[in-house]
Ligand binder design. Structure first.
Ligand code: NAD
Length: 479
């Protein structure tokens, strides 16, 4: 089966014969072929979106919101089906996929508040008999480019809010997990979304460049790896577009000697190995105070040894595969590199992955990792956790702040003073206290800074409303 693009409310073949295989990473089975669409496909989609904008922008905001209420209902009704599809194309276990669907639904619920979120402000008296007010309007056609690791949640950070605020949208899903996007579009159509308001063009860099260069695309939302985020931000802004580009991460968890070590180990095990480490909020480094390091590692190992690896649709499986064979090979190279660099491997996941069809790497833990090592510096995006031993909170924060990334960071402690010091000194956009994955919910902004984010307004929350709208200020004298 070759997937089709969704343009102007119709399912159409891409203008290309070039395709890539979409695999189930747990089995290696072929699920579909995805077209590697061309700039011409983008042009047709942007034209359809531009045409739809002319009428969609005139639809009253509460009416637009009502379609989102219906969409929310349909997503809830199809929850299990959507989660199963996520597990099939991405590999994360069914429980995590179920959670991802919830995260997507929450974005739709937040966006359905558009009548309130889009309100302007007035000042009835700026001078004698003079008043001023600000009104909010959509931008036009918006492009969204998404990664493989959250095929539902990340697109839902973008198109529900963009659309409810009156824009029309062209989505380019990851070519490695493109199936869910089509289902999201079908359900949105069923909810009553007019033709051309949401469009999907499948493919890779030609589609991305087509969106970045198109004069009628007013803004770009991107989520993906750091080099591509930087490229998208530079090219998009050079073309005078509004761009938000969320990028890679290397999230540090700090475990202090007064922490509840059982809780810290449970949270960190989940955050490091959940979704096979393929989360921008994954725990990838633990900075643990030397005096409790051995005890913490013992508990972490005990918990990690209980992990069941396999197809995420099987009962009890926690650790699924990584996304592709090449990604598995890259991960194994990082494990080799860690050993060569002198880190102490305390759990070698390579022992778990023999005789399997899918792209499995077992949970791997390194101790005695330092900031000179590549395994500390690079985002591995796989179930590989680095532990660094530190003498105190200051040293832990200093280590985390040396990273080029600044997405998330967590602290495990019972001391409020330590929490405050951590909050005030750490370089990261999303912080957690005694929890492992501090991913903000839809009504808060999501993102970090440094090389984890390029742009100004983050995804979600009122940042999302700001990003997808522009303002007019009107000053009136009543004479
Ligand atoms: P990726 O950068 O490979 O792909 C992301 C998108 O960019 C895809 O749609 C892909 O087709 C496109 N793309 C890839 N290479 C391109 C190129 N050379 N030119 C133009 N477009 C290109 O990322 P991925 O592997 O799909 O996703 C994982 C990455 O995403 C990780 O680095 C992860 O940290 C990051 N991520 C970040 C966040 C966040 O909130 N900061 C959230 C989720 C994922």
């Amino acid at each position: 089966m070759i997937l089709q693009n969704y343009i102007g409310g119709e399912w159409v073949d891409a203008k290309t014969t070039k395709t890539e295989i979409v695999y189930n990473p747990a089995t290696g089975e072929e699920l579909a072929h995805v077209p590697i669409s061309t700039k011409e496909d983008v042009d047709v989609a942007v034209q359809a979106a531009a045409n739809a904008f002319e009428t969609w922008k005139e639809v009253a905001v509460p009416r637009r919101a009502r379609i989102l209420f219906k969409y929310q209902q349909l997503l809830v009704e199809h929850w299990d089906e959507l989660a199963k599809l996520i597990t099939k194309e991405n590999g994360k276990n069914f429980t995590e996929a179920h959670g991802e669907v919830l995260r997507g639904i929450e974005c739709v619920e937040f966006a359905a508040g558009a009548p309130t979120l889009m309100m302007g402000k007035q000042l009835p008296s700026i001078a004698t008999d003079l008043e001023s007010g600000v009104y909010r309007y959509p931008l036009g056609v918006v492009g969204g480019i998404t990664p493989f690791n959250f095929p539902m949640m990340v697109p839902c950070w973008m198109f529900p809010m963009a659309i409810v605020t009156g824009n029309t949208f062209v989505l380019k899903p990851s070519e490695r997990t493109p199936l869910l996007a089509n289902r999201l579009a079908e359900l949105f159509e069923e909810a009553g979304l007019p033709k051309g308001v949401l469009n999907i063009v499948h493919g890779a860099h030609d589609v991305v460049n087509g969106l970045l260069d198109h004069k009628d695309v007013k803004a770009i939302s991107f989520v993906g790896s750091q080099p591509v985020a930087e490229y998208v931000y530079k090219r998009g802004t050079q073309n005078l577009k509004r761009v938000q580009a969320l990028a890679g991460a290397k999230n540090h968890s700090i475990v202090l000697k007064d922490a509840n070590l059982e809780n810290a180990a449970t949270q960190i095990m989940n955050a490091a190995f959940g979704s096979a480490g393929e989360r921008c909020m994954a725990a990838s480094v633990v900075a643990v105070e030397e005096t409790v390091a051995d005890e913490f590692i013992d508990i972490l190992l005990r918990k990690t040894n209980n992990i069941k690896m396999g197809d995420g649709l099987e009962e009890g499986v926690f650790l699924g595969p990584v996304i592709r064979e090449q990604h598995k090979e890259r991960t194994l190279q990082y494990i080799e590199k860690g050993i060569d660099e002198g880190a102490r491997i305390v759990r070698d996941g390579r022992n778990d992955e023999k005789n399997r069809d899918g792209y499995f790497v077992g949970a791997t833990i390194f101790d005695e990792v330092t900031s000179e090592m590549k395994i500390w510096q690079d985002e591995i995006f796989a179930p590989v956790l680095s532990i660094a031993r530190v003498n105190d909170l200051e040293e832990a924060v200093d280590l985390a702040n040396q990273s080029r990334f600044a997405n998330g960071a967590c602290i495990f402690t019972k001391d409020g003073g330590n929490v405050r010091k951590f909050r005030e000194t750490i370089d990261a956009g999303m912080l957690g206290v005694n929890i492992g994955v501090p991913a903000p919910m839809a009504f808060f902004p999501f993102s970090g800074y440094k090389d984890s984010f390029y742009g100004d307004l983050h995804a979600n929350g009122t940042d999302g409303v700001e990003f997808y709208t522009r303002k007019k200020v009107i000053t009136t004298r009543w004479v």
